[in-house]
Write a protein that binds this ligand. Structure first.
Ligand code: DSN
Length: 385
């Protein structure tokens, strides 16, 4: 690179990434092929519109790339294009979710989503997000005792509030979701069911977590978490809703799609369709379960008693340490996590009661259960010292 300042910083970040244990549940490590697509000359091309209907000339190549990404998205999740449409243009998860609401929920309408402190996401209707300013959030949480979703409570709330759309999707919910029951909740009030599977997409593609496609009207996902692709998002929609979704993404929300990013998505989806990805997805969960179990053995309370996914929430206050202090202490020893609220947290988001740990990245790096047991011991020693 001619720009030595940036080159130096890129190298410094590469070194940092190599030197730490990364337990950020939403991060992963992409392949060299994904990096190649991202850093390609495709970034020079403007392609506003969709394949075959662009506002600029010169799209014969990029049309093929976008169509391939769409085909691979359907293939990775075993979907037929007769029943599912797919949009690969969303720049990331937040604009993808906003585009869905823009398409399907009238301004001032109701979005029922899990509250952030129980494990939802800002774009599930939180008041500081545009999704809570343009639409009304009907917040739900987990049962205080089991720390799991109580579908009967959700149904009662849905019948009372009659939301236009229900979001089933989470950033810190470690358990399997009963998608059938979620659909029953949506049907009880005539709402659209949108599953935001950003965190678990790789686990679904790898057959290690139940697929939501049988029950959802819309499925959104980021590509860069367990799915191990570039930073980007995809919206799947039942074909009768797809036109509205496409219009909301462009021109409703975005301008020209990032074709280099879409090429990276296509590469990642091909990788996720490979048989080896099934083994990876299963190992991610085994690793999270081994980490959770050993931490429990060492006296740490794990929210909901364990995990069925790639992530776990440790109630660090169960040993008298705040989430921020735990995160800072671990970082000073080269273990990167994020502080996180736990359900019904009495503390503030900037210094909550827990930390969220995820195993997608370290599993990509080849870690197995025995490494997780050793890691749990290291975490315990650092936090108790
Ligand atoms: N920031 C992501 C996460 O960490 O879960 C969600 O967008």
């Amino acid at each position: 690179m001619k720009d030595l300042q940036i080159e130096k910083l890129i190298k410094a970040e590469e070194k940092r990434q190599k030197s730490v244990v990364n337990l950020i549940a939403s991060e992963n490590y992409v392949s060299d092929d994904v990096l190649k697509a991202l850093g390609s000359k495709l970034t020079n091309k403007y392609a506003e519109g969709y394949p075959g209907a662009r506002y600029y000339g010169g799209n014969e190549v990029v049309d093929k790339i976008e169509n391939l990404a769409k085909e691979r998205a359907l293939k990775a999740f075993k979907l037929s294009k007769k029943t599912w449409g797919v949009n690969v243009q969303p720049l990331s998860g937040s604009p993808a979710n906003v585009a869905v609401y823009l398409a399907l929920v009238p301004v001032g309408g109701k979005i029922m989503g899990m509250s952030l402190d129980h494990g939802g996401h800002l774009t599930h209707g939180h008041k500081v997000s545009i999704t809570g300013k343009v639409w009304d959030q009907i917040a739900y949480g987990v049962d205080p005792k089991t720390e799991r979703i109580d579908y009967d409570v959700l149904k009662t709330l849905a019948k009372k509030e009659k939301p236009n759309l229900i979001v089933a999707g989470f950033t810190a919910y470690p358990r399997k979701v009963d998608w059938k029951k979620m659909r029953e909740v949506a049907d009880s009030c005539g709402a659209i069911l949108m599953v935001d599977m950003s965190h678990i997409a790789g686990l679904v593609a790898g057959g290690a977590y139940p697929t939501p496609f049988k029950y959802a009207h819309i499925v959104t996902t980021t590509v860069h978490k367990t799915l191990r692709g570039p930073r980007a998002a995809i919206i799947f929609s039942k074909t009768e809703l797809s036109k509205k979704i496409d219009k909301a993404v462009f021109p409703g929300m975005q301008g020209g799609p990032h074709i280099n990013q879409i090429a990276g998505v296509a590469v990642a989806l091909k990788e996720a369709s490979d048989a080896s990805f099934k083994i990876y997805a299963k190992q991610v969960i085994k690793n999270a379960q081994a980490l959770a179990k050993e931490l429990q053995n060492l006296g740490w309370r794990i929210v909901s008693g364990g995990t069925d996914t790639h992530l776990l929430l440790v109630d660090t206050m169960s040993q008298g340490i705040s989430g921020k202090e735990a995160s800072d202490r671990l970082e000073s020893e080269g273990i990167i996590v994020n502080m996180n609220t736990i359900p019904n947290d009495r503390r503030k988001p900037m210094d909550p009661s827990g930390i969220r740990l995820g195993t997608a990245g370290e599993t990509t790096r080849g870690k197995k259960e025995k490494d997780m047991i050793a890691l749990a011991k290291r975490i315990d020693k650092i936090l108790k010292s």
